[in-house]
Design a protein around this ligand. Structure first.
Ligand SMILES: Nc1ncnc2c1ncn2[C@@H]1O[C@H](COP(=O)(O)OP(=O)(O)OP(=O)(O)O)[C@@H](O)[C@H]1O
Length: 305
């Protein structure tokens, strides 16, 4: 029986700054400082959000994180009147005199984007292609004219000026097809789009090791066989299991005292649980026993060097 134990190792939640990424960080910071929004695009789990969070932290401005969503509306972004405040004074001090005074005022709540624009926050707009293009249109005026239009809000001013320190980091996943919208060219034209892809096995192993506390050889044993499965998926031009899957395997094996060894049955079961769904999704093979065999045969190669 495997018993879950306390996490024994201190885990590092920061971005591991390997050589490829260091240069990207400094370039992106330059673009943001010059007032240009950057857009990281790439398959799931390559580190787009983690990189965006690191850049935002480095800008030393308050950070606002917003997730793309079909339901996101202009009212969420700009703000809206959300109800009424009433005040009633009933003065019945003298019984024969009845005085009643009623004040009704609408209550305005700032939207998230309005706060960010007004106060010069760094906005991370994660998976922005999941929002309707008509909602994202508001970014055209922000990025081009430096104003946030306050249409439809009954506000005194028709727009708000964008704070000079306001910046946006967008992320998206181009291979996602469910629940995403095509981005209008006009918006893409205003962004500096930087594609991100999976790094090499050693870098992935270093990330897994720093995030989970497993030693670097064990981490490499995991990232190597997960990368091999991903490679098989890319033969079908699909994304396979990501770095996130390697992190999950390492973390769970570590916490449940499962040896990171492809010959161990508990480890094989763990690999199957984590990898079956992403591998089944990316392969043409639909026979589940064949898919299991494939995962186990790759998992068996996970041996510490
Ligand atoms: N350079 C790195 N250093 C440390 N951790 C990393 C690095 N790159 C990725 N990760 C880790 O990999 C996992 C996936 O990263 P992240 O969520 O940033 O990916 P993503 O590209 O935004 O994925 P998705 O498109 O699915 O949202 C996270 O646990 C993250 O901490």
């Amino acid at each position: 029986m495997t018993v879950l134990t306390e996490n024994k190792n201190k885990v590092n939640s920061d971005l591991l700054q390997h050589d490829g990424i260091k240069n990207l960080i400094s370039r992106s910071l330059n673009y943001l400082s010059a007032g240009y929004p950057v857009h990281f695009t790439g398959p799931p789990g390559v580190g787009k959000t983690t990189l965006a969070l690191l850049l935002a932290k480095k800008r030393k401005r308050p950070v606002m994180l917003m997730h793309g969503n079909r339901e996101l509306s202009n009212a969420d972004l700009i703000g809206a009147y959300t109800g009424y405040t009433t005040q009633k004074v009933v003065d019945n001090f003298i019984r024969s005199v009845y005085k009643k005074e009623e004040n009704v005022t609408e209550t305005w709540n700032n939207g998230r984007l309005l706060d960010a624009v007004k106060n010069g926050y760094t906005l991370i707009y994660d998976e922005f292609t999941r929002s309707e293009p008509s909602t994202n249109n508001i970014f055209l005026s922000i990025l081009e004219e430096g104003i946030l239009p306050l249409y439809g809000t009954k506000q005194k001013d028709p727009f708000m000026k964008v704070h000079p320190k306001f910046t946006v980091i967008f992320t998206s996943n181009p291979s996602e097809y469910a629940g995403v919208y095509e981005t209008q060219d006009a918006l893409l034209d205003r962004l500096i789009t930087i594609p991100l892809d999976y790094t090499d096995k050693d870098t992935e192993a270093a990330i897994v090791s720093s995030k989970t506390g497993v030693d670097s050889n064990q981490a490499k044993a995991i990232t190597s066989f997960v990368a091999a499965l991903r490679e098989k998926c890319s033969e079908n031009s699909n994304n396979g299991p990501s770095l996130r899957a390697s992190i999950m395997i390492a973390k769970l094996a570590n916490e449940a005292d499962i040896p990171i060894n492809g010959k161990d049955e508990d480890f094989q079961r763990l690999c199957l649980d984590i990898l079956f769904a992403p591998v089944a999704k990316c392969m043409d093979e639909k026979d589940s026993s064949k898919l299991r065999e494939l995962i186990i045969s790759e998992c068996k190669k996970a041996v510490k060097e």
